[in-house]
Design a binder for this molecule. Structure first.
Ligand SMILES: NC(=O)c1ccc[n+]([C@@H]2O[C@H](COP(=O)([O-])OP(=O)(O)OC[C@H]3O[C@@H](n4cnc5c(N)ncnc54)[C@H](OP(=O)(O)O)[C@@H]3O)[C@@H](O)[C@H]2O)c1
Length: 321
């Protein structure tokens, strides 16, 4: 059944932490994959899931950095994965599938934001390729293990999805690049991916969610000139945080951990969350939080799925002939 895109009154909020939302939840015997689980929100997610008893696999673009960040956390395993490289995605998935284990939780958390124009793979724009296409291919490749786990797939989007819908006429920015539009398109794609995956996977007992984690100072901002963050009112000239709405990484990890584990979401899926609750729909030109209609449109979601399948050459749910 389709889940309404409206608040459920979870009792958690913007200041809840990953530890708060896991209170009383035992993840012993569960296996989670957290992409980018060695920096920023991903690192806090890895810590919280492992503390609750889960075995966490952290596929990393920089294995040495990942080992340094999570090596001392019990129940965490590091592997290699570059989401911008389809061969690397394929190889990681093959290694994982060969291990014969089931997957209970996938958190598509890794991402890049507002980078200078960069081309990867077949000349794809890097934010769309890394944030969306890499995760699309990963989940489809891992599908046999995800299906056996009958769990959840959570995609970390952003309020930045409001900056752009899918640019069907120029998805790869061949007619001029805008770093924020490219981030917006990629984050819209994360939401649409969850909408369509949920529709395809729910009969198999797997549910999908997307979310905005909040604003959190992490290495994600590495491509932004300081002056741009000063102008946005995020930091002062010395680099000190100014915006009181910014969350700590522990608070920033809470919504994805809630979406991945909360019994409050049992039987639900396909929805976009924020502040540890399902978000409300707002208009496309609205400022602030909420999900825009362009990001949850089922027709757009199906169209993006078909296109992603063509681009990556992988689809765990082929149409019957
Ligand atoms: N922080 C915020 O305010 C905020 C707001 C809204 C949404 N988000 C979303 O939250 C997610 C996590 O962001 P964060 O703030 O925690 O950022 P972060 O600290 O920069 O972490 C991002 C992670 O993604 C990994 N990654 C990047 N490119 C990759 C690739 N090609 N293959 C594999 N892994 C790759 C990074 O690995 P390396 O370190 O090796 O590059 C890093 O571990 C992102 O999807 C972001 O869009 C964040």
């Amino acid at each position: 059944m389709t889940t309404p895109q409206q608040k459920i009154g979870s009792g958690f909020g913007a200041r809840s932490t990953a530890e708060d939302v896991l209170h009383g939840i035992d993840l012993s015997g569960k296996l989670a994959i957290v992409t980018g689980g060695y920096s920023g929100l991903g690192l806090e997610t890895t810590r919280a899931l492992a503390r609750a008893g889960a075995h966490v696999v952290v596929p990393a673009r920089r294995r040495d950095v990942a080992h340094e960040a999570v090596g001392a956390i019990s129940g965490v395993e590091v592997d290699e994965l570059d989401l911008a490289d389809l061969d690397s995605v394929h190889q990681f998935a093959e290694r994982f599938l060969d291990s014969g284990r089931d997957i209970d939780i996938v958190i598509n958390n890794a991402g890049i934001m507002a980078c200078p124009e960069t081309r990867v793979g077949f000349g794809w724009e890097a934010q769309f390729a890394t944030n969306h296409l890499g995760h699309y291919a990963l989940v489809n490749r891992l599908w046999p293990a995800i299906a056996r786990g009958r769990g959840r797939v959570v995609s970390v989007s952003s309020v930045g999805h409001r900056r752009s819908g899918i640019r069907w006429e120029d998805m790869q920015f061949e007619r001029g690049y805008d770093k924020w539009e490219a981030y917006g398109q990629a984050k819209t794609a994360n939401v649409l991916f969850a909408v369509h995956l949920d529709a395809l996977a729910r009969d198999a007992g797997v549910r999908a969610f997307s979310l905005h984690p909040g604003g959190i100072m992490t290495p994600l901002q590495r491509h932004l000139p300081r002056q741009e963050m000063v102008a946005a009112g995020w930091i002062d000239e010395e680099g000190n945080p100014l915006d009181p709405s910014f969350k700590t990484p522990e608070q920033g990890a809470a919504t994805q951990v809630w979406a991945a584990t909360s019994p409050q979401l049992e039987g639900m899926g396909g929805v976009y969350c924020e502040d540890c609750d399902i978000a409300e729909v707002v208009t496309d030109d609205a400022q602030g939080m909420g999900v825009r209609p362009h990001a949850i449109d089922p027709g757009q979601a199906a169209r993006l799925w078909t296109l992603s399948a063509e681009l990556t050459g992988v689809n765990a749910f082929p149409e019957p002939r």
